[in-house]
Design a protein around this ligand. Structure first.
Ligand code: ADP
Length: 582
């Protein structure tokens, strides 16, 4: 029962399985002790009946009192133990699970995050674990414990009188049958509710992130209508789900309780026929009221288990995603990046085929080509943010797919379009480039990246907090911070999205200055947008629809004609383009 299948089904850690075992054990003990109470009552009632009918002396008050005290004490101690094992230990499990998920997220290839919705991942980390917390604490121990104790008690009832036992328990298999019959429906319903919830949080997140664009386009009202629609859908699906579950759980409970009526009917017949005495019927009636309680709760718990399966499956899906692994030692011979017949597809969509080129150390290699031709994808593959589907990429003669991504990335600096800044001070944001860098090192990098001038103007200089994602800084300032980071890291390979460097025209020379310091002597792979920059590159790879159309030095390519030359000519025409056409 507690094999790996069970562990996987409920997304438990090894320790979690041990805890559930303890919970089951103590639930069995608690249920049996509670039945002991019924035994004491039966003993007292039998004594009373005997006194009334046959005139035998009453059971001693002391005896009864002692029995009650022992019962109360046992009941208290076992309940306490059950509480500790089922509720107490589970918080450790919640923590362990979140850490396990976080650890898995840390090891997943970065490309995974591009493919998955952040709201969905947050929902797994927070919502799904929360739902499972309830299952681990309130459901598993209680449910499996009740199964075992009820089996023991049922066996006792059959041993006393099989006819009465059948009369009181026939409803149980029918009720459980009904509930299991509804399982598919409950699971489908839970899946729909979860999807609707994710759509709502997605919509909220999108609205908050894009509030500026939405307002600028005067689309608030239209956007809100869409959002309300999502919220209403979620509400409708949830109410429907609750209704279906409630209907089956309560229906099953009513059927089970019909057993009380049949017990009385059968019992009365048996008493009339002189086959049992009244006290036995009394005992059965006492026991079944006790036995129905855990069953009743089990019905609700089973319904919860069905619903929670969706959460467990979502957690398992995350655990099942293959992580990017490799050796942790990365000692390349130099830092030439060699693409050898590389092919790549995002899911089914092939975006690169047969890409072969070398980005040499100490040179600037520019990737050019129309939008969508695969330039960014090449840069991502070079840093193993995704794994190639065909061919190999080698850095310093080592196939990067054999290197642990974290180890690999220590040799890379990336200055990409989407500069991510954290809600921290300028100092810490730059220090991110190199863990443990001293303040003096950070300042030197900031100076080299031409950041000093604007940092000095900030209210607390380097110690100014820059707001979430650097909202207090201009585009050009953010870029220079990211360049300062890269300078501080001083990695031998630099991947650069040149759009980053063209954003802030006013500070262009400063950014260019900073960049030339960053790039000197490194292996540089630049996603180029302006032909002016490309002219300064040592090697150019022209991409077209995911294939290498041309490659060579700028002079060679100009001489060749073709796509490159057309692009250069087009851009020099557009450079003369003016808002006010003459
Ligand atoms: P470029 O940088 O030259 O504009 P990209 O490398 O960004 O080109 O994109 C190449 C192709 O891959 C495009 O057709 C684009 O739609 C697709 N693409 C880019 N990123 C993804 C992604 N994360 N998932 C699926 N398709 C993508």
């Amino acid at each position: 029962m507690f094999g790996t299948k069970f562990q996987r089904k409920y997304a438990l850690t090894d320790q979690g399985v041990e805890n559930v075992k303890k919970g089951v054990f103590w639930t069995v003990i608690v249920n049996l002790v509670v039945m002991g109470g019924v035994g004491i009552l039966h003993f007292v009632m039998s004594g009373l009946m005997a006194t009334l009918t046959e005139g035998t002396p009453l059971p001693g008050a002391l005896q009864v009192l002692a029995g009650l005290v022992v019962f109360a004490l046992l009941s208290f101690l076992t309940h306490l133990q059950q509480y500790k094992t089922t509720y107490g230990l589970v918080y450790g499990e919640v923590k362990a699970s979140r850490l396990r998920l976080a650890e898995q997220l840390r090891k997943l290839p970065l490309g995974f995050f591009g493919k998955h919705d952040l709201a969905d991942l947050t929902e797994t980390l927070m919502g799904d674990v929360n739902r499972m917390e309830h299952v681990w604490s309130h459901v598993l121990g209680y449910l499996y414990g009740s199964y075992i104790s009820t089996a023991v008690i049922t066996a006792c009832l059959f041993w006393y009188d099989w006819r009465l036992a059948i009369a009181c328990l026939w409803g149980v298999p029918v009720a459980f049958g009904l509930l299991f019959g509804s399982r598919k429906m409950a699971e489908r319903q839970a899946g729909q509710t979860k999807e609707a919830a994710v759509r709502v949080s997605d919509g909220m997140q999108e609205a908050l992130e894009n509030v500026r664009e939405i307002r600028a386009a005067n689309q608030e009202e239209r956007y809100l209508v869409g959002l309300y629609q999502k919220i209403n859908d979620h509400e409708r699906v949830m109410i429907h789900g609750e209704l279906v579950t409630g209907l089956f759980v309560n229906g099953a409970s009513v059927i089970m309780r019909l057993g009380v009526a049949t017990t009385i009917l059968v019992g009365a017949q048996l008493i009339l026929a002189g086959q049992i005495d009244f006290m036995l019927l009394f005992l059965f009636l006492m026991v079944i009221t006790r036995i129905y309680a855990p069953f009743d709760q089990s019905l609700a718990l089973i319904a919860e288990l069905f619903v929670s399966q969706v959460s467990a499956d979502r957690m398992n899906r995350l655990f099942d995603t293959p992580i990017a692994e490799g050796t942790e030692k990365f000692c390349p011979k130099g830092h030439d990046i060699v693409f050898d017949h590389v092919g790549f597809a995002y899911d089914e969509k092939v975006v690169l085929s047969d890409i072969t080129f070398t980005a040499k150390e100490g040179e600037i290699t520019a990737l050019v080509g129309p939008s969508g031709s695969g330039k960014s994808t090449c840069a991502r593959l070079a840093a193993r943010l995704w794994d190639v589907t065909r061919g190999t990429i080698k850095v310093g003669e080592i196939d990067i797919s054999t290197v642990d991504p974290e180890a690999l990335l220590t040799d890379y600096s990336m200055v990409f379009q989407d500069v991510v800044l954290f809600d921290d001070t300028v100092m810490e944001n730059i220090r991110l480039g190199k863990r443990g860098a001293s303040d003096a090192e950070v300042m030197a990098a900031a100076k080299a990246a031409n950041c000093e001038e604007f940092i000095k103007k900030l209210p607390q200089g380097y110690h100014t907090s820059i707001g979430e994602n650097g909202t207090k800084l201009s585009g050009g300032e953010r870029q220079r911070i990211s360049i300062a980071r890269a300078l501080l890291k001083n990695a031998p390979i630099v991947l650069l999205d040149e759009a980053t460097a063209s954003l802030d025209v006013e500070n262009e020379t400063k950014v260019q200055d900073a960049l030339s310091r960053l790039l000197a002597g490194k292996t540089v792979l630049v996603i180029a947008h302006r032909m002016r920059t490309v002219a300064g590159a040592d090697h150019i790879v022209v991409l077209k629809e995911g294939r290498v159309a041309q490659q060579g030095t700028p002079q060679e390519l100009m001489a060749q004609g073709g796509l490159y030359r057309r692009m250069v000519e087009l851009q020099s025409e557009s450079a003369q383009w003016n808002l006010k056409q003459a």
